[in-house]
Design a protein around this ligand. Structure first.
Ligand code: C5P
Length: 407
């Protein structure tokens, strides 16, 4: 979404990870970006320019002196055209040249002319990466304003473990998204602290069993991601830990409603927005068993467990509200708007986002969602069905009463 119609220059230099540039170009095109590629001569030994030309749907630049266009100087035109540049993989050689201002072939010459944000993704042998010269160069490039994505540790082409692998492509794309957001989205939440809760809480029955629900945490994560794109400092208090964290996003992993409540309360006084997207379990066990509860081997025998009601976290936040804007979710299977309106009042919150979880293609666990927003002033906004990440952007636009981006 952030990369839609963004002009991205992909610079591929000559390491074994060059073959992964195909996937990077493919994912960027899929995200709606317009992609042009530059390759060094050694990169073209690992992968053919034709592959990247087909995937990017643009001619690939490989040689500084093949100037077919008499009206433009190719590498300058390329550098001026870009909104964003990514060098992946970035070899020790290009890192060394760039940090010293050397421009002696197409990639280094173009990079020196680039004035837009540029992400470097170093990938090389671990000893080359750890070498003081490489580290010195990277430090200097960071100071010069380049964005860096650290390589992963893992099995290297040389046959041993080490730090130097190109991170997975989705991670590179995510990093580019957050860089693009920082530069192209208005930073409406700059210096603001936002808490977003996500996922269904787990209330332990015994060490191996729990009461929970189908909430995947996806809607909460989308809300947190957009908040981070808008410059907020985000505390993501979640029962799920598989979501990639953005630069200004902290994951606080919790299990139960009581743990979630404790983490929120610790931060609440300094917080500006609380988005309660978590599906907090309404009940927990009165007594949690210390050991696994044994079955009695008597079929159809009634088993009684005592449950106790969990605190209503959001309602308590509503009671203690000062500067905070509170946003709740109302997942219902019937009388959606009526219940949502009731919750808005009883919990003393600013916004409620109501969604019908009885429909299989939206809500819990789905990629899509369809919601109605209601606020305490009586405003009602119906939004059509869309992907959760797009919906999160719309929701933030409505809450902040400001269109984030005109597209
Ligand atoms: O009352 P109900 O559970 O339907 O309200 C849903 C909203 O309240 C959600 O935003 C949810 O995160 C929050 N909630 C809470 N504490 C609970 C139950 C729900 O904060 N115990």
């Amino acid at each position: 979404m952030v990369l839609l119609r963004k002009k991205i220059g992909v610079v591929v230099t000559g390491g074994i990870a060059a073959y992964k540039a195909t996937e990077l170009v493919r994912q960027l095109v899929k995200a709606g970006a317009i992609v042009r590629v530059i390759m060094t001569k050694s990169a073209s030994e690992f992968i053919t320019p034709l592959t990247l030309q087909v995937l990017s749907r643009h001619e690939v630049l490989i040689d500084t002196f093949s100037e077919n266009d008499t009206e433009h100087v190719q590498h300058i035109e390329f550098a001026d055209w870009c909104d964003l540049v990514v060098v992946a993989p970035a070899t020790a050689n290009i890192i060394g040249k760039l940090s010293n201002g050397i421009a002696d072939e197409i990639a280094s010459t173009t990079l020196l002319a680039v004035a837009c944000p540029c992400l470097l993704c170093p990938a090389m042998n671990t000893n080359m990466y750890q070498h003081p010269a490489t580290q010195r160069n990277l430090k200097r490039l960071k100071k010069d304003g380049y964005y860096l994505l650290e390589p992963d540790t893992g099995f290297l082409a040389e046959g041993y473990e080490g730090k130097g692998r190109l991170p997975v492509i989705t991670q590179i794309v995510e990093k580019l998204e957050s860089i693009a957001a920082k530069h192209f989205y208005p930073q409406l939440l700059e210096n603001k602290k936002v808490i977003v809760t996500a996922g269904g809480t787990r209330e332990r029955i015994d060490p191996v069993r729990y009461i929970s629900n189908d909430s995947s945490g996806k809607m909460g994560y989308a809300m947190a991601k957009i908040a981070s794109f808008l410059g907020a400092e985000v505390s993501f208090i979640s029962t799920k830990d598989h979501f990639p964290m953005m630069d200004n996003m902290d994951l606080i992993l919790v299990e139960s409603a009581l743990q979630m409540q404790k983490e929120i309360n610790e931060r609440y006084a300094q917080t500006d927005y609380v988005i309660m997207a978590a599906a907090v379990s309404d009940f927990r066990m009165m007594d949690q068993a210390e050991h696994k509860i044994k079955k009695k081997d008597q079929e159809n025998e009634k088993i009684l467990w005592e449950l106790i009601e969990n605190p209503d976290i959001l309602a308590e936040l509503g009671q203690n509200k000062k500067q905070q804007v509170l946003v709740g979710f109302a997942a219902e299977t019937q009388n959606l708007i009526e219940y949502a309106q009731r919750k808005l009042k009883s919990k003393r919150i600013d916004w409620i986002i109501a969604n019908d979880v009885s429909q299989k293609d939206i809500g819990f666990n789905s990629k899509n969602n369809q919601v109605t927003l209601l606020n305490e002033k009586g405003q009602v906004v119906n939004l059509p069905k869309m992907e959760k990440i797009d919906l999160a952007r719309k929701v933030w636009e409505i809450i902040l009463n400001d269109p984030i981006i005109k597209d």
